[in-house]
Design a protein around this ligand. Sequence first.
Ligand SMILES: Nc1ncnc2c1ncn2[C@@H]1O[C@H](COP(=O)(O)OP(=O)(O)OP(=O)(O)O)[C@@H](O)[C@H]1O
Ligand SMILES: [Mg+2]
Length: 491
Amino acid sequence: MKPAATSAPALLSAHSDIGDIALSEFFDGHPVATFAIDTRHVVTHWNRACEHLLGWSKADMIGTDHHWQAFYPRARPLLADLIVDNQPEQLPRHYGEKYRPCALIPGAYEAEDFFPNLGAGGHWLHFTAAPLRDSRGQVVGAIETLRDVTERRVAENALRRAYDNLEHVVHKRTAQLADMNEQLQEDIRQRHQAEAELRRSNLELTALNDQLSRAQQQLVQADKLASIGQLAAGVAHEINNPVGYIFSNFSTLQGYLDQLFAMLDAYQGAEAALADAAPAAAAALREQRQRIDLDFLRQDVPALMAESREGIVRVRHIVQDLKDFSRVDSNQEWVWANLHRGIDSTLNIVSNEVKYKADVVKDYGDIPDIQCLPLQINQVVMNLVVNAAHAIGAQRGRITVRTGSADPDQVWLEVADNGSGIAPEVLARIFDPFFTTKAVGQGTGLGLSLAYGIVRKHGGRIEVDTAPGAGSRFRVWLPVRQPGPGAAEAP
Ligand SMILES: Nc1ncnc2c1ncn2[C@@H]1O[C@H](COP(=O)(O)OP(=O)(O)OP(=O)(O)O)[C@@H](O)[C@H]1O
Ligand SMILES: [Mg+2]
């Protein structure tokens, strides 16, 4: 169907009507696919580019209103149709959001869409439709140009895909990085943990090492004391016999001397009577008496005897201490005893030695009776208290005797003083027998070694806490019960 001359577009009417040949050729030769319709939707122009792009010939289209066939499988209005009908409100229904008004030409619209029926695999078309008006401005038709933008869209799609891909890779990489970061954090945490563990075990090792070296020192000390103990036992045994007979001879000697002095008294009494009977003998006797200063001898011999007796008594004590120190032959019985009672009686015994030098403070804890050799424990307490008193200088001091218990199987007793304290180089030797810092005749150096031996025999131990000038604290740990026979008979 040929379009009517009256419906020719205004654009072309300046030169001729819509069917003008020269214009048709111009239209035909235009490289952009273009077609035009009149107000009845009849195709008036369909150029070669259009034929080429859409695959429909001019002959198929011009004069028909089937131009939709070139694009869609079913009849529907094209952009040009909606513009001819002046129905822009219908645009969304047919083009969704793919259209927009054309910026250059008023009343024109453009859109872009994919047409699957075009060509082998479909084509993307960008199309613009504008109204055609006559000289009075009346719409007489519409013209629509079509540009194949498949390549651009394909490129765009490829670009989008590449972009999406890139984004995906970035996401993946970011996730990987986050993972790695997390792993790293975990590694660091583990490293910190391992370091803390290492530090802890190092501390434990150091503590263990300290314990070991202390134990070693104790072992060396115990070893030393054991061999010294043997030596002491031997020496004590050897000295014990001669001291025994010197001591018993001493009593006899004292008796003899008493008799001799009585005899001398008798002679002296007879001297006056002898003066008349035998003046020469009497004079010789007097002269002899004056020469030897019998009066002085009479005074001095008992003093010498007393002094010697004291000396011998001291030797006997030392021998006894030595024997006690190395005692294996103890015939004492293990009994359940109250430690506080023993301490009290011991403090009474030594009170003479202590009372002028220090106040004694008792701070007894709640402790059970213990299985022990009470006399020997008293000996330990005595030695510690006497040492404490000796450590106190010119100023009156304080000696504190404490007891306590850390667990049901052990008790401790402690003698603390605020005296001189013990220098480190001395501390290592205080338990050695005969080690003393006291003046000759004042200390035998056996007190602590004796205490050590006794405490060891009880299965206990002695701890010393001291510093020069800060006083000393001797703590004796004792087990509540002794292993072996008698252990079951708890009080
Ligand atoms: N509480 C103390 N404060 C200061 N030094 C002390 C104390 N206890 C002991 N010592 C030191 O340890 C040394 C050894 O003591 P230990 O009791 O064995 O012998 P001693 O007291 O010298 O003589 P003794 O045989 O008469 O007890 C002492 O000479 C003294 O130097
Ligand atoms: Mg002592």
